[in-house]
Design a protein. Structure first.
Length: 402
């Protein structure tokens, strides 16, 4: 279907304008007549040249998906047909990319596809978890309930991600500013002192000479240093993209003090909440484990979840391979074992997730508290050391005069 812009007069003779979707120009005019409008001008909406340049288009955010789930759930609960819900949601959405996706989903539904199949065509916006839960909701006739659960799960996952991101953002910005300040001092400030000391003609302390040599090296090789840092980052990314590299780095991250503990807690909260939501929605446990493993974000945790899946396929329990993996805390494994034995695994998973959300909050606070004094000491030693090195000759000259 194409979009048409129109100008028409209503029954009172007042001019109106707007946009309308139709299969052809004649169908667009027909729709206007049905609305009691006498068309003056109807033409196809001009194509936006920038629409085909993907990186210039706004990206669909988690917030867009969460709002979509909330509104969609309310509309279905009110008894509106799914196609009409999608029309209303597309009209209300502010993100142009998301509007386009919703219109494509609506067209697929009108063509006879299921909602899950239509959403599956947009994997960047609707992941496997989303599609499988929608499929379960359609099969069970509880699509409104599933959408509500999805919105709650996505909201909690987004809050968790935001907490971890904020904990990592502060030290990253501080470190970047510190490095930038040191580079500026080395390139622009130290040469001024070097020229002044050269005019004095006196011998310089070892610390001052070391800083001057570092300044000369930085000034002469700054371009190579930037290129080298870029190549190093690229090489790290390529190595992490390999199976072996990802496994080694992810294992190392899990064993880093404080940070490793935070990663484990985030992984446990994400695993249990996602798994609990899928089980409560009727997704098969093997399908759920496959989805959770692929979205784990850590190769070691992914392997542990796949081991659980293999164990269940062979008729064993979920708790046993989790214990042997050594990745998940004993308390989590015990609670999962209790959930399996009582037949309330989905409820137990959600309880574990709620507990570990609080644990992540505490871990983030501890990490921030530890990083702050470290960054202050780092700045003090680096910047303070450079300042002292530059003033040592001045102090020496002053004492000589005295």
């Amino acid at each position: 279907m194409a979009e048409y812009v129109w100008k028409a007069k209503n029954r009172r003779g007042f001019e109106q304008s707007g946009q309308i979707e139709a299969g052809s120009l004649e169908m667009a005019r027909s729709q206007l007549i049905k609305k009691g409008l006498n068309s003056i001008k109807v033409k196809e909406k001009p194509k936006d040249i920038l629409e085909k340049i993907s990186f210039l288009q706004p990206k669909v955010t988690n917030k867009d998906i969460i709002v979509f789930c909330r509104q969609f759930s309310t509309m279905i609960d009110a008894g509106l047909p799914i196609i009409q819900c999608l029309e209303l949601l597309a009209a209300q959405a502010e993100n142009k990319t998301f509007v386009k996706i919703l219109k494509e989903v609506r067209e697929d539904l009108a063509g006879g596809a299921t909602l899950a199949d239509a959403l599956k065509k947009h994997p960047n916006e609707f992941n496997d978890l989303f599609v499988n839960m929608i499929a379960a909701g359609e099969a069970g006739g509880i699509l409104d309930t599933i959408l509500k659960r999805l919105s709650e799960t996505l909201e909690k996952a987004e809050r968790l991600r935001a907490k971890v991101k904020s904990a990592m953002l502060y030290p990253a910005i501080t470190l970047f500013v510190a490095v930038a300040v040191v580079i500026v001092i080395m390139i622009f400030v130290i040469p001024v002192f070097q020229k002044m000391f050269g005019e004095m003609g006196q011998s310089l302390p070892s610390l001052t000479m070391m800083v001057i040599r570092a300044s000369e090296f930085t000034k002469d090789n700054i371009l190579y240093m930037i290129i080298g840092a870029g190549l190093l980052g690229f090489a790290f990314k390529k190595y992490y993209g390999t199976e072996k590299g990802r496994r080694i780095i992810d294992r190392w991250l899990l064993n880093v003090p404080v940070v490793g503990g935070l990663i484990r807690k985030v992984a446990v909260a994400k695993f249990t909440r996602t798994m609990g939501t899928m089980l409560a929605s009727g997704v098969a446990i093997l399908d759920g484990l496959d989805i959770v493993a692929r979205t784990a974000g850590n190769k070691i945790i992914e392997t542990a979840i796949y081991d659980v899946r293999s164990s269940i396929k062979e008729g064993q329990t979920m708790a046993s391979p989790l214990v042997s993996s050594g990745v998940f805390p004993p308390m989590v494994c015990s609670m999962i074992a209790v959930g399996e034995s009582t037949g309330a695994l989905d409820t137990m998973m959600v309880k574990i997730a709620d507990f570990y959300d609080e644990e992540v909050d505490e871990a983030v606070e501890r990490l921030t508290e530890m990083i702050e004094p470290f960054m202050i000491c780092f700045l003090g030693v680096v910047v303070g050391g450079v300042v002292i090195a530059m003033y040592l000759p001045i102090f020496g000259m002053a004492s000589g005069i005295a």
